[in-house]
Design a protein around this ligand. Structure first.
Ligand code: NAD
Length: 326
């Protein structure tokens, strides 16, 4: 069983820690977090002995481990990952890869000079709805996708670091949806236009709402609308998605997947793929397999920097009001 040092046991880190208590292929041997209340909350949920530290450097010095799991705010990701890599530990980290694209590219260059595996957990790819849509696309059920719409609408109050971000929807949330699009289409973005804005009632200081038009390779056009200070009917976290091809359309609505054949008005609901593990553990499984077999994990830093590039293309396009060429 692999040994992990988990860095960050806040909101999402605590739920990672809970998930890992029943995971068969890796165990958390130490946690790192400067916030004592969060450390205590995690230790209460531990079902085996776990050490705790204030800093990753100290944990690395005192504990033997195979990898580091980073679940801290994005501003800390690059430095923590470098500390782990320098100590010859593999790295699994939460999205977004880094706080800025510049940091992401620098971390990729640093990683390329080392043998360790670095993977970003883009867990939404492993949601059953997304896996089901991928299978339908692979089976050519609607033929080649030519265009699509993506719609996300929630009103989420986190407090903390998210409230301070300039483009919070694009940086922290839309990256999931952009990564899903790259995964489903197996294409990269070539041009992006965008507008992000802050409604008067927003509790976020930055822009929680955005419209993004993405032109992917081979002329696939996607229109994305995301709202994190939204009103009205909420979408699930996956959002709602429609992909349209010559033979029909695939729709994701309320976390249910439908296929419309071109000549039919009524959709067929598709049974979702099932899996024994939740999305994050499937993602972790892929990382663990890459370590054991010395292969490149599916959402490796090399791949993930492209989702970060798309995010930053949208941020730059929104800022400049101009079309951004990727
Ligand atoms: N994949 C998903 O669905 C999903 C969902 C939520 C959050 N996230 C990601 O998880 C990460 C953490 O988000 P969160 O909501 O848990 O944040 P949070 O603010 O709730 O928790 C962050 C924790 O990290 C600790 N921390 C900060 N700097 C540290 C450092 N240098 N060393 C060790 N610990 C440090 C804080 O004390 C805190 O306990 C972010 O990258 C976020 O985008 C992903």
């Amino acid at each position: 069983m692999l040994k992990a040092i988990q860095v960050g046991v806040g909101g999402f880190g605590l739920s990672w820690f809970e998930l890992l208590q029943s995971y068969q292929q890796a165990e958390v041997v130490a946690i790192v977090d400067p916030l004592e209340t969060n450390v205590q909350a995690a230790l209460k949920r531990a079902n085996r002995s776990v050490l705790s530290f204030d800093s990753l450097a100290e944990a690395i010095e005192k504990v033997e481990a195979d990898f580091v799991l980073i679940v801290t705010p994005p501003t800390t990701h690059a430095d923590l990952a470098k500390t782990a890599i320098k100590a010859k530990l593999h790295v699994m980290m939460e999205k977004p890869l880094t706080d800025t694209l510049e940091e992401g590219k620098a971390l990729l260059a640093f990683t390329n000079a080392h043998a360790q595996k670095v993977m970003v957990s883009q867990n939404y790819r492993y949601h059953p709805q997304i896996q089901t849509i991928k299978e339908l696309l692979d089976q050519q059920v609607i033929g080649k996708v030519e265009y699509g719409d993506y719609y996300f609408n929630r009103a989420t109050r986190f407090g903390g670091w998210r409230d301070e971000y300039a483009d919070i929807l694009l940086q922290d949330m839309a990256i999931h949806h952009f990564d899903i699009l790259r995964f489903l289409l197996e294409k990269e973005a070539v041009e992006v236009t965008a507008a992000s804005f802050r409604p008067s009632w927003s509790w976020f200081k930055g822009m929680p709402n955005a419209h993004v038009e993405i032109l992917f390779e081979e002329e696939v056009r996607i229109s994305y609308t995301g709202r994190w200070a939204g009103k009205g009917r909420k979408t699930p976290w996956n959002g709602e998605l429609r992909l349209v091809g010559e033979k029909g359309a695939i729709e994701l609505v309320d976390d249910r997947v439908y296929v419309y054949k071109a000549e039919e008005d009524e959709p067929t609901e598709i049974q979702l793929k099932t899996s024994l593990l939740p999305d994050r553990l499937l993602s972790l499984d892929a990382f663990v397999a890459a370590i054991h077999h010395d292969t490149v994990p599916p959402t490796s830093i090399e791949d993930n920097v492209k989702s970060l590039e798309l995010t930053w293309a949208a941020i730059e396009a929104a800022k400049s009001g101009k079309k951004w060429t990727c």
